[in-house]
Ligand binder design. Structure first.
Ligand SMILES: Nc1ncnc2c1ncn2[C@@H]1O[C@H](COP(=O)(O)OP(=O)(O)OP(=O)(O)O)[C@@H](O)[C@H]1O
Length: 287
């Protein structure tokens, strides 16, 4: 398949009618209860888009990401990339998808194997995905794209600061030359100057290499700075999917307004919504 293939609607990735149930508590003498975690989730991602995925804790963001990474299977609906459905399976079955969509982990310290050098870590997915290139050169180029020089190739993860480790994790993902990055809280745990450095790296990857991003972040000021479009998930449903500037200026949904007001670092959002709802959901007592 060509690396430039798109879905027949012109999107890179289409999420259609996605539903997922998660096991709830099992009470004595009663059958297992199921919690409806994602409800008819629909959206499309086009090439090079920077999209924020926001929502209160328990809204279903990570569950959606796991489905988009092909780690779990949906109970209904589908995710289609380059005309093919994403189905969890072996590395071999998913190789084509991993070349197009890569993941940036939340905690690089635990995802980077301390026994390997940075060079080996960046080259490892290139070998696994059978990407035909000069791997050492590609690793050095990827490091340069995230603002680290080639001397880092010989370092071990234990010799990196938090910000450097996150940039190595990004270099590892982009070495594959994907078209879309999925990132779950990639800036958490970093101090403010380092957050801003990593944000600039993500922006320049978009600007210089056209790489798209779906970013989960509780820090809406990051979404506001980085993303052109924001999707808000609430109790497993998409309640808003609009250009970021418009959504942050005038949220259409009371839950979005509440989310914005509760976010530090954002201007105060005066809204007419009555949003006296809880800040988190509990799967045992969905609202
Ligand atoms: N493995 C699991 N088994 C049972 N329930 C789960 C499982 N994973 C998630 N859930 C439930 O599904 C719902 C959505 O969880 P999810 O982690 O996707 O939310 P989230 O929006 O990513 O939250 P956070 O921002 O806190 O990470 C929650 O009610 C959660 O308790």
């Amino acid at each position: 398949m060509s690396d430039t293939a798109l879905n027949d609607d012109g999107s890179l990735l289409r999420v259609a009618g996605l539903n997922k149930y998660m096991p709830g508590s099992r009470r004595l003498w009663r059958a297992r209860e199921w919690y409806h975690t994602l409800k008819d989730v629909d959206f499309r991602i086009h090439c090079g888009e920077l999209i924020g995925l926001a929502g209160v804790s328990g809204a279903g963001k990570s569950t959606l990401l796991n489905l988009m990474l092909g780690l779990t299977r949906a109970d209904a609906g589908e995710i289609v990339c380059q005309g093919r459905p994403i189905l969890p399976g072996t590395v071999r079955a998913m190789r084509w998808y991993r070349r197009t969509v890569q993941y940036i982990p939340q905690d690089p310290a635990s995802s980077l194997d301390p026994r390997m050098s940075v060079g080996e870590l960046i080259q490892e997915p290139l070998a696994r995905l059978r990407i035909d290139c000069h791997r050492e050169r590609r690793a050095a180029e990827s490091l340069e794209q995230v603002g680290l020089d080639a001397s880092f190739l010989r370092r071990r993860p234990t010799e990196l600061s938090g910000g450097q480790a996150q940039r190595v994790a990004i270099a590892r993902a982009i070495a594959v030359r994907p078209r879309l990055l999925l990132a779950d809280e990639p800036l958490s745990g970093l101090d403010l100057p380092t957050q801003s450095r990593v944000t600039e790296v993500l922006k320049s990857l978009h600007h210089d290499a056209g790489i798209g991003l779906l970013l989960i972040s509780h820090d809406l000021s990051v979404v506001c700075r980085l993303c052109q479009r924001t999707i808000v998930l609430d109790d497993g449903k998409i309640i808003e999917d609009r250009p970021t500037a418009a959504l942050f200026r005038s949220p259409e949904h009371a839950r979005t307004a509440a989310l914005l007001r509760a976010s530090p670092g954002l201007p105060h959002f005066a809204t007419h919504h009555n949003d006296t709802m809880p800040a988190t959901y509990d799967k045992e007592s969905p609202p």
